[in-house]
Design a protein around this ligand. Structure first.
Ligand SMILES: *[C@@H]1O[C@H](CO)[C@@H](O)[C@H](O)[C@H]1NC(C)=O
Ligand SMILES: *[C@@H]1O[C@H](CO)[C@@H](O)[C@H](O)[C@H]1NC(C)=O
Ligand SMILES: *[C@@H]1O[C@H](CO)[C@@H](O)[C@H](O)[C@H]1NC(C)=O
Ligand SMILES: *[C@@H]1O[C@H](CO)[C@@H](O)[C@H](O)[C@H]1NC(C)=O
Length: 364
């Protein structure tokens, strides 16, 4: 057999193996058309660079224990739809960056209008369970909200980079970093988020840990509770910890808002610990029970009470601009209780603090 024939045969064998991979096999995916076959047969998948066709999503309902490596740039042809562009589910999944990243082509959607204007797809949805781990994932230029964790459980994200900084000058808006809802047991560690909305927005769920996040350009470390229908279920947020995070050049450092126009529920056992702020333009700490139709009504209600909101060492500085107020607390009647704050010290504000509820350990 000469070399040419031998290599031809090798290619044919490789192609045949590809078309019908053995269950549990390793697959390399270099085209969108090969995704479904790989997901149904393989437990070790390498994604090379390819483009997902317009209006389609990269949906991977993975077999338990599957390992996925992202080794190329995955792009998404532009289409005005709601997405999400990526949806990953399965149990015991290990999903890692290996030199590749996801490019949402945000600039083709941004129009300065976020939720309004052009319909923009959400980007990356996580629905994993059972000790799943997403490591070293990079998302570039989210058209709209970046990562939605909903519903998921027992899942850890480490070393993510979510970079929408190009949207700062090109009309990026509502590009939330991580949105969490209907989930439990989620940890996000060592992530960098550069965007134009909340770095993290906890909407609902329990047992969340956020550690060592570096946020810039956006709206801060947020709880935003009550705005979305939970199919009639209360909007409950319980046992959430943010620690060792920095927030720079953002509208807020910490933002807790309850929507008084919809929903029932409760927020409790939330801790912010060792949070460093700088260049915050509006509020260092902004806690408001008067969120309504996307704005502040000035009429706080206690439909979603906030208890045991504990702060420990929240330090740093405001931008010094004319709207900068270090601490703002607006609670409905009996809407806030048992808050314990220590080491809260934020300088360089222009406006005086305003609090209609006094946390223990903090004199407004
Ligand atoms: C709070 O959540 C963390 C992280 O999931 C967990 O380790 C801890 O046991 C939870 N605490 C309570 C009181 O449920
Ligand atoms: C939460 O997720 C579960 C699946 O984990 C689903 O069955 C349930 O309907 C979801 N609940 C809400 C309120 O969306
Ligand atoms: C986050 O982790 C990095 C690397 O481990 C460390 O250098 C940095 O100081 C940490 N940031 C915070 C705010 O703890
Ligand atoms: C408030 O928090 C501080 C610092 O974590 C702690 O020492 C103190 O015991 C707490 N007080 C209450 C009443 O929980």
């Amino acid at each position: 057999m000469n070399l040419l024939v031998a290599s031809l045969l090798l290619v044919l064998v490789a192609r045949a193996a590809y078309a019908t991979p053995a269950v549990g096999a390793s697959c390399t995916v270099s085209s969108y058309n090969d995704v479904a076959g790989a997901v149904s047969s393989c437990t070790s998948i390498t994604l090379k660079g390819f483009t997902v066709p317009a209006g389609k999503a990269l949906i991977m309902k993975l077999k338990s224990g599957t390992t996925v490596k992202v080794a190329g740039t995955i792009k998404f042809a532009v289409s005005e739809w709601k997405g999400p562009l990526v949806e990953i589910s399965g149990s015991k999944i290990t999903f890692s960056g290996a030199g590749g990243y996801f490019d949402g082509q945000g600039a083709s959607y941004w129009d300065g209008q976020g939720d309004k204007g052009k319909t923009k797809p959400k980007f990356f949805r996580i629905k994993t369970t059972g000790g799943s781990h997403f490591n070293n994932i990079k998302l570039l230029n989210c058209p709209h909200q970046c990562v939605s964790i909903n519903p998921a459980s027992d899942t850890t994200l480490t070393d993510w980079t979510v970079d929408v900084s190009a949207g700062d000058s090109k009309g990026g808006k509502n590009t939330d970093g991580f949105d969490l809802s209907n989930s439990s047991g989620i940890t996000i560690k060592h992530a960098v988020v550069k965007n134009q909305d909340d770095c993290v927005a906890v909407n609902q769920g329990s047992h969340y840990v956020f550690q060592n996040l570096t946020c810039s350009g956006g709206h801060g470390l947020s709880l935003s509770v009550g705005q979305s229908s939970q199919n009639g279920n209360p909007n409950t947020v319980k046992n959430v910890t943010f620690s060792d995070c920095t927030v720079t050049n953002s509208r807020n450092g910490i933002h807790v808002k309850t929507h008084n126009d919809a929903g029932t529920g409760a927020i409790s056992d939330v801790t912010y610990k060792n949070i460093k702020l700088s260049g915050i333009t509006n509020y260092g700490i902004n806690i408001q029970e008067d969120y309504e139709n996307g704005g502040s009504s000035g009429n706080p209600k206690a439909n979603i009470p906030i208890s045991k909101l504990n702060l420990q060492s929240v330090t740093g500085s405001m931008s010094g601009g004319s709207s900068s107020m270090p601490v703002y607390i607006l609670c409905g009647s009996n809407g806030c209780n048992n808050w314990n704050w220590s080491g809260v010290s934020i300088g360089n504000g222009k406006k005086k603090n305003s609090c209609n509820y006094k946390p223990s350990g903090f004199s407004c």
